[in-house]
Design a protein around this ligand. Sequence first.
Ligand code: FAD
Ligand code: NA
Length: 388
Amino acid sequence: NKYPDLVVVGAGLFGLTVAQQAVEHTGARVHIIDVRGHIGGNAYSYFDEETGAEIHRYGAHLFHTSNKRVWEYVNRFTGFTDYVHRVYATHDGVVYPLPINLGTINQFFRAAYTPAEAKAVIEQQAGELAGTDPQNLNDKGIQLIGRPLYEAFIKNYTGKQWQTDPSELPASIIKRLPVRFNYDNRYFRDTWEGLPRDGYTKWMERMIDDPRITVGLGVDFFDEAQPYNKKALKEAGVPVVYTGPIDRYFGYELGDLKWRTVDFKEVRYDEGDHFGCPVMNFSDADVPYTRAIEFKNFNPERRDSQNPDRTVVWEEYSRFAERGDEPYYPINTDEDRKLYAQYEAKAKAEPNTVFGGRLGTYKYYDMHQVIDTALTAYETQVAPLLNK
Ligand code: FAD
Ligand code: NA
């Protein structure tokens, strides 16, 4: 048989985790293909020669989890730095800490409110739309945190994310807007967080460092000129784990699932440090990008190998994805969810094929969630196919 025991489509964290588990538990021979020229999926990163910064090619990635199984699993392949994620926002020429907390509130109102006083002020301001049932995001935002904070920190940022005025967005996009009535601006609330010590790509290379795992890059599952294509594998009865877009698998026959994407614009500065932090949000409409990432600042422990005089920043511009764009955030309207359910039913009926990951299940997953679902999918869906 010229084929391996399992073919994995997509070298992202879902595919790599399943491949690693298959080899570890059954000694299977696994071939991974990816249409891109590198492994790692959207968590891929590379080192920038000029500055020494680790650039997260598909947007800033921060690892965090409270899931013990996942934390133990990832620590088999990499150590983590003690990085703690914090975000700042520029509004009207002043920098504030996020998420909105007592520091933000007191700075914004030039006050010295206690937690109880701040709570009372926000409640009073939110009372503007008390007793109404907001239908659009703008009214919903005002009802949640009051007009002043909503308009300063949420309104224009959200408008840029969706390229739509919030008064024309459904209220359902936001369920809640967290406000912290203390000075804690630690972004994540998880038990563990950090960045992979020698970078994301090294971590993921170690996951598949085994002679029984082979990788084909620049290989498209739907290209029938290459041997690991959908049609040929189906005919040969080879088990497949598919982590590409589920609508693409079925030739978009029921329609396209909708996504948002992000365009990145790289800017370099003749400075060692431009923002003084890794993530700066821009809350106002006059700056066209939503936020800027200064990658050097994710890894202060690497100062000795970074250029002290130059820095690199990526500005993020958000927009709706067309076919051919990188799909990043599922839009997830009721219509999308109905369409996904129809594709999901077809996927369940597809013999010898397991659908997984963010594209295969049309879900926004953080890395730890993707790894957790991959460990479970291996046990419940992939192992039974290998033991047949
Ligand atoms: P992917 O990483 O997308 O991998 C799927 C792979 O399949 C891709 O490499 C793709 O090229 C390949 N593929 C698709 N179609 C084909 C085909 N036809 N043939 C061959 N190969 C194909 N998570 C966090 O935990 N923390 C964060 O801070 C964070 N930030 C994020 C920021 C952004 C902008 C985005 C988009 C995501 C972020 N995530 C974050 C989520 C994280 O990227 C995902 O959880 C994870 O990368 C998903 O892994 P995956 O294997 O499911 O999918
Ligand atoms: Na299936």
